[in-house]
Structure formats: C-alpha cells, structure tokens
Design a protein around this ligand. Sequence first.
Ligand SMILES: Cc1cn([C@H]2C[C@H](O)[C@@H](COP(=O)(O)OP(=O)(O)O[C@H]3O[C@H](C)C(=O)[C@H](O)[C@H]3O)O2)c(=O)[nH]c1=O
Length: 179
Amino acid sequence: MKITETVLKGCYIFEPHVIEDERGVFFESFKKNELENALGHTIDFVQDNQSISKKGVLRGLHFQKGKAAQAKLIRVIDGEVLDVVVDMRTDSPTYSEHFKINLSGWNKKILFIPKGMAHGFLALSDRVVLAYKCDNYYHPEAESGIVYNDKSLSIDWEFPDKDLILSDKDLKLPKFSEL
Ligand SMILES: Cc1cn([C@H]2C[C@H](O)[C@@H](COP(=O)(O)OP(=O)(O)O[C@H]3O[C@H](C)C(=O)[C@H](O)[C@H]3O)O2)c(=O)[nH]c1=O
C-alpha cells in the first residue's frame, strides 16, 4: 500500500497493492493497522455509505458540524469522479484551501479525509459507484455544507456548469464566508 499525504495535512491518498491473475484482480481496500500507522492515531469507522450517480451529478460540498464531524475513507468501486476536499480547520495552515483528485475503479486510489473537511465529488463517467467509511454516524441535524461554486474557494470542477446535476438542497448551500 503506497501512502501519500496531500497538501492538506492529515488528508492521505492510499494506493493498494493490486494482485492480478488470470481470474482478474484482488486488493485489500482497507486495513485498520496500515491506516492508523499513517495517521498516528486510532480510528474506528462506524458507518459505511454508498452512492450511485450518473454523469454530471455533483454531490456536496458536505460536512457534519461539531461533535458529529466525520472522517471518511472514500473510494470509487466503479466509474470515475473528480473528488474535492476543502480544509475548514481554522487552525490549519491550509484553511479554506482545497485539494482535488480523480478517484476511479481503474486507479483504485483511496482517499482519507480527516474531520474538519467539506467533501464533494463530480461524477465523470456514465455510472459511478462510490463507497465510503465514516467514523461518526449520520446526524441530519448536524448536516451543513458549502455551495459548490463559491467563488472564494476558486474550485474548478472542470465540467460545463450547464451539464451539472445537483440536488435542490445542494444548490441552496451557503458560501464559505456565511458559515
Ligand atoms: C449522508 C446520508 C444521507 N442519508 C439520506 C438522506 C437523504 O434522504 C438521502 C440522500 O442524502 P444526500 O442527498 O445528503 O446524499 P449525498 O448528496 O450523497 O451526501 C453525501 O455526499 C457527500 C459527497 C458526502 O461526503 C457526505 O457523506 C454525504 O453528505 O440519504 C442517510 O440516510 N444517511 C447518510 O449518512
């Protein structure tokens, strides 16, 4: 497993060791000890989520507030996304900065984002199956987010705005400065 820290401290990219044979492919997609060694602390995931999206769907940017904040381990099982993480940790040197990465069933890259991040992704392929682990349960009352096109964040989604598909909820999310 190759581990790379991103520009956002505590946010890591894991590239699993992929074993191929005449039947196909095998790889370990999560190993608690390897993740904890990279993080330098324990982590206990309590909920797995999965979403299926069509091309042009943009989910996010989401986070849960306060004690409900979630660290996430994100991977794409099938298809490809542009994944975006925004650093909301006020004490971080990269506060308000974002990191982008393409995650896909082909590159098998796995992204770990710590608590204090807003997360979103854009589906680039016709069908995307994205699965992620969370270290805190879903708390709808603690849900919040940042509108995807907040100019202060300068996120280039690399996709025609007219072709994006967002929920009404996501279109009404506040700007970073309004949080
Ligand atoms: C997140 C969540 C949602 N739901 C229900 C609430 C709605 O009835 C339905 C769809 O929820 P939502 O539109 O918030 O789903 P996404 O837009 O995929 O949200 C996710 O997308 C971004 C990229 C994330 O990183 C978050 O984990 C998560 O907010 O599932 C649940 O029952 N449990 C859950 O944990």
